[in-house]
Design a protein around this ligand. Structure first.
Ligand code: GDP
Ligand code: MG
Length: 200
């Protein structure tokens, strides 16, 4: 019989200034592309409130855990060997920026997608901080993927592929560049994660 597996996946990445969309790396956009194959250029960043999450789709479930508000939705990946991997994808409304709340968010996560924006070198620094924290605090078996988003903006690139790939190799992480806008690389990275997760 075919295996059906379920995993918790969290997204992490720079969210510096809650009033500047530019500082956002595209975590929610990646989820929207992966789950609904959509992109909204004008969508407001999820920072600063849960209202935009509620607008996204009735499939979003809002959970309130003390002051932490997060939302999750699910997407299933069918692997060639017949295995079905269901991701329970957690995307915060930015509360992970409160250091003390972050562990609650990634606790019990089987996989983490740490996102940076290829047009902002500071976002790679922030990604490195998240990865260090996950390596110290998260479940030791967590599968981590480093994801350079906004590959469609290569003309404004500040992070080279070589730099990011070298770092990912040193740390034993999966790495990919993606564009939530065009869809490039998005299904691919989630499928690679699904294949890397334990099957028993
Ligand atoms: P989050 O705060 O990390 O969840 O980031 P959002 O998903 O809210 O995206 C922040 C901004 O970046 C929004 O204006 C998005 O439309 C834009 N954005 C997200 N992904 C991409 C992408 O792949 N390419 C481009 N050009 N813009 C993107
Ligand atoms: Mg968001």
């Amino acid at each position: 019989s075919k295996q059906q597996l379920q995993f918790k996946l969290v997204l992490l990445g720079k969210k510096k200034d809650q009033y500047h969309r530019e500082s956002a790396v595209g975590k929610s956009s990646l989820v929207l592309r992966f789950v609904k194959d959509q992109f909204d250029d004008y969508r407001e960043s999820t920072i600063g409130g849960s209202f935009s999450l509620l607008r996204l789709s009735p499939r979003w479930t809002r959970l309130t855990l003390s002051t932490l508000t997060a939302a999750f939705l699910t997407q299933t990946v069918n692997l060639e060997d017949g295995t079905t991997v269901k991701f329970e994808i957690w995307d915060t409304a930015g509360q992970e920026r409160y250091k003390s709340l972050a562990p609650m968010y990634y606790r019990n996560a089987n996989c983490a997608v740490v996102v940076y924006d290829i047009t902002q070198s500071a976002s790679l620094e922030k990604a490195r901080n998240w990865i260090r924290e996950l390596q110290r605090q998260a479940d030791p078996s967590i599968v981590i993927a480093l994801c350079g988003n906004k590959s469609d903006l290569a003309a404004r690139r500040q992070v080279t592929q070589e730099e990011a790939q070298k770092y990912a190799q040193e740390e034993g992480l999966m790495w990919a560049e993606t564009s939530a806008k065009t869809g490039e690389g998005v299904t691919d990275i989630f499928t690679r994660i699904a294949k890397k997760l334990p099957t028993t």
